[in-house]
Design a protein around this ligand. Structure first.
Ligand code: G6P
Length: 612
C-alpha cells in the first residue's frame, strides 16, 4: 500500500517520478504528491486523486530539478484529501518526507511533540515522524542521517520512507521496516521505489533494503546502515523485468490483458518443471526441503484474498494426490491465534506480491515454531521470497490490475505441480494416472485459450445482469473456492454484493434470498458432484432464480434448465478446476465495464497490502 519513488542523478527528476508513480498506482490512488529539489528550493505539490490529477495541478509550476521523490497514497490515518497527501513537511520546514506503512505509536509520539509546541496540519502518522526527525535534528544538533536513525529507534510500526533535508540538499535518505523499498543503481544516478517497475528501463542492478536499514544516497554513491549505525554491505542483485510486461499492450485495461495472458503465464509457470515424456515434475526451489515436505505431518497453507482462495483449491489437490492433511488459514487470523505448529509441519505461504503484511507475519510465527516454510510468490526478490526456507515462483509476469487473475491461476498451477510431485514420490499415484494428470496439466493453457474465445457470449450475459444488486456463486468440492473467487472478483471491481457458497449449503440460508431478480452462478462441470449440483440448479429454478451455469462443453442437461450456460472444455481431473474461473473473471470484468467502473483501480482497494 502506498507507492514510493525517489530519484537522484543528472536527469530531470519530475518525469521519472511521475512515470514511476503511475506504475505504482496499483498500491493506492487516494492522492499523489511530489517533492522536487530545484537547486534553490524544494517544491512540494500534492493533490487528492490520481497521479493524472497531480500532473494537471503541476502544469505551469516549477518542476525543475534532478533530485525528487513522489508518493501515491492508500489512506490509513486521515481521509484522502490534499492536506493528508504526501509529501509532508516538518513544522519548521527542514524535512520533507514520504512514507508507506503505519507508525503504530504515533498518538503517543504526537502527544509528546505537541508538548514540545509542535503544531500539525494533517491527521497523518507521517507528519508526526517528520516533526520527530526535525526535533531531533534541531535540538540534538546532529546531521540529517543521524536524526532519521535516532527518530526511527523511537518508532513502533512499519515504514518504507524517503526523506529530504533542506540543509543537506544533495542527498536522499531512505529507510525500511516491513514496507518494501528497492534501490536501483545507475551511472551516477540512483532510484528508490516500492518495487523495481518504476526504473526498469534505466537499470537492472538493485539492492533490496532490509528491515531497520537506512540508505544514504547521493549522486556519488550509497551507504547503507542499520538504524543503530552498523554498516551494511549492499547485496547487489540483477533483476529481469521486460518493459513490455508492464505496459497495456493494446488492451484497454491491465485486468483484461492479464486475463488474456493466462495461457502464457501458466505455460511459463510450468516451463522447465513439467516433463510429460519422462513422466515427472521437478521444482528446483524445493529440492532443499524435499525430505521435510515428503515427511510433513500436516500442511498449513496461509494467504489473503485471492491467494487464500488458491490455497483452498490447493487443499483439494494436496488431499487428493499428496494424501497429506491440509489446513488453509487466513494469514491475518492465523498470526493472532495461538496455533499449534511444530517442526513436522510445513507451512506454505501464498502471495502474489510477496509483501502482504499479514502473510509475512504468519511466516515469522511459523518459523518461530520450527515449521518448514515454503513460499509461492510472483514477485522475484520480494520479502516473502527472501524470508522463506524454500519456494516456487509463479512466473506469471507483473500483475498490475488490482483484481488478481493470472496470479490465481498460476498459484493453483504451482499447487497442482507440488501435489502431483509429492503424490508420485509417495507412490499414491499410479504411473498411468500420473501420465494422464500431466497431460491434463499441460493442456490447460490451450483449454484456457479456447475458453477465452467465448468472451463475447459472456459479455452478452454480463450486459443482462449489470444492474443486479446481488449475486450468489455456488460450487462443490474444489469448485467452492472457485465460487468464492468468482464472487470476490465481482465485488472488487463492480461493487455488486456477491457471496460464494458451497452449493449444498445453499439450503441452510442463502436459498431464502433467491427470487426472480437473483442471478445465481453455478459451477457445474461434469465431475464427481455433477448429479448433486444439477439438483441444486433445480432448487434455484424452483424458486425462480436466474441460473448462469459454468458447464462442460456440450452439456445439454444443464443447458435445458439454466438461463445461460458458459462452456469450458471437457476435463477429467481436479486439475481442470483452474479452467472454471476464466468465465467468471470475464463475467465480472464485463459487468464492471458496463457499470462504468475503473476495473484496474477499484475504489478503496490496493494491490499490495503492506499494513495489517
Ligand atoms: C489485496 C489484493 C488482492 C490480493 C490480496 C493478497 O487484497 O487486492 O487481489 O489477493 O491483497 O495479496 P498477495 O499479494 O499477498 O497475494
Amino acid at each position: 500500500m502506498c507507492g514510493i519513488v525517489g530519484y537522484i542523478g543528472q536527469q530531470d527528476a519530475y518525469p521519472i517520478v511521475i512515470k514511476g508513480l503511475k506504475r505504482l498506482e496499483y498500491r493506492g490512488y487516494d492522492s499523489a504528491g511530489v517533492a522536487i529539489n530545484s537547486g534553490n528550493n524544494v517544491n512540494v505539490y500534492k493533490r487528492k486523486g490520481k497521479v493524472s490529477d497531480l500532473e494537471q495541478f503541476t502544469l505551469n509550476k516549477d518542476i525543475s530539478g534532478c533530485i525528487g521523490m513522489g508518493h501515491t497514497r492508500w489512506a490509513t490515518h486521515g481521509i484522502p484529501n490534499d492536506v493528508n497527501a504526501h509529501p509532508h513537511i516538518s513544522m519548521n520546514g527542514k524535512f520533507v518526507i514520504i512514507h508507506n506503512g503505519i507508525i503504530e505509536n504515533y498518538a503517543y509520539l504526537k502527544k509528546k511533540m505537541i508538548a514540545r509546541h509542535y503544531e500539525f496540519k494533517s491527521e497523518t502518522d507521517t507528519e508526526v515522524l517528520a516533526n520527530l526527525i526535525e526535533y531531533i535534528y534541531m535540538f540534538g544538533n546532529v546531521s540529517a542521517e543521524v536524526a532519521v536513525r535516532l527518530a526511527l529507534t523511537k518508532v513502533i510500526g512499519a515504514y518504507g520512507l524517503v526523506v529530504m533535508c533542506i540543509d543537506e540538499p544533495d542527498k536522499l535518505i531512505a529507510a525500511r521496516n516491513s514496507s518494501p523499498l528497492v534501490i536501483g543503481l545507475g551511472q551516477k544516478e540512483y532510484f528508490i521505489a516500492s518495487d523495481a517497475t518504476p526504473f526498469v528501463e534505466y537499470t537492472d542492478q538493485v539492492v533490496y533494503l532490509d528491515n531497520q536499514n537506512v540508505a544514504i544516497i547521493s549522486r556519488d554513491g550509497i551507504q547503507i546502515k542499520t538504524i543503530k549505525n552498523d554498516i551494511v554491505n549492499p547485496d547487489i542483485k540483477k533483476i529481469d523485468i521486460d518493459i513490455n510486461e508492464i505496459e497495456k499492450g493494446g488492451f484497454n485495461d491491465y485486468m483484461l490483458k492479464e486475463i488474456y495472458e493466462q495461457p502464457k503465464s501458466i505455460t511459463d509457470t510450468m516451463r522447465g518443471r513439467v516433463f510429460q515424456n519422462d513422466n515427472y515434475i521437478s521444482l528446483g526451489g524445493l529440492l532443499d526441503v524435499m525430505p521435510r515436505l515428503m515427511n510433513a505431518r500436516r500442511v498449513i497453507i496461509v494467504g489473503c484474498g485471492t491467494s487464500w482462495h488458491a490455497g483452498l483449491v490447493g487443499e483439494y489437490l494436496f488431499e487428493e494426490y499428496a494424501r497429506v492433511p491440509v489446513e488453509v488459514e487466513y494469514a491475518s487470523e492465523f498470526r493472532y491465534r495461538n496455533p499449534i505448529i511444530n517442526s513436522e509441519d510445513v507451512v506454505i505461504a501464498i502471495s502474489q506480491s510477496g509483501e502482504t503484511a499479514d502473510t509475512l507475519a504468519a511466516i515469522q510465527l511459523a518459523k518461530k515454531c520450527g515449521a518448514c516454510v515454503i513460499g509461492i510468490c510472483n514477485v522475484v526478490g520480494s520479502t516473502l521470497s527472501r524470508e522463506t526456507d524454500a519456494g516456487v515462483y509463479t512466473h506469471a509476469g507483473p500483475e498490475i490490475g488490482v483484481a488478481s487473475t493470472k496470479a490465481f491461476t498460476t498459484q493453483v498451477t504451482v499447487l497442482a505441480m507440488m501435489a502431483l510431485m509429492i503424490g508420485k514420490n509417495k507412490f499414491n499415484i499410479k504411473q498411468e494416472q500420473y501420465h494422464e494428470l500431466l497431460s491434463e496439466l499441460i493442456s490447460i493453457p490451450t483449454k484456457i485459450e479456447h475458453t477465452l474465445q467465448s468472451a463475447s457470449k459472456i459479455e452478452e450475459v454480463a450486459r443482462l445482469y449489470k444492474d443486479s444488486s446481488n449475486f450468489l456463486y455456488l460450487g462443490r468440492g474444489c469448485y467452492y473456492p472457485v465460487a468464492l473467487e468468482g464472487a470476490l472478483k465481482l465485488k472488487e471491481i463492480s461493487y455488486i454484493h456477491a457471496e460464494g457458497y458451497p452449493a449444498a449449503e445453499m439450503k441452510h440460508g442463502p436459498i431464502a434470498l433467491i427470487d426472480d431478480k437473483m442471478p445465481v452462478v453455478v459451477i457445474a462441470t461434469k465431475d464427481k458432484g455433477y448429479e448433486k449440483i444439477v439438483n441444486n440448479i433445480q432448487e434455484v429454478k424452483a424458486r425462480k432464480g436466474i441460473v448462469i451455469a459454468v458447464v462442460s462443453e456440450g452439456d445439454q442437461t444443464i443447458a435445458s434448465m439454466a438461463d445461460h450456460v458458459l462452456e469450458v472444455p471437457v476435463f477429467n481431473t481436479a486439475i481442470g478446476a483452474i479452467l472454471t474461473i476464466i468465465p467468471l473473471q470475464l463475467l465480472s470484468y464485463y459487468i464492471a465495464i458496463f457499470r462504468g467502473c475503473n476495473v484496474d483501480q477499484p475504489r478503496n482497494l490496493a494491490k499490495s497490502v503492506t499494513v495489517e
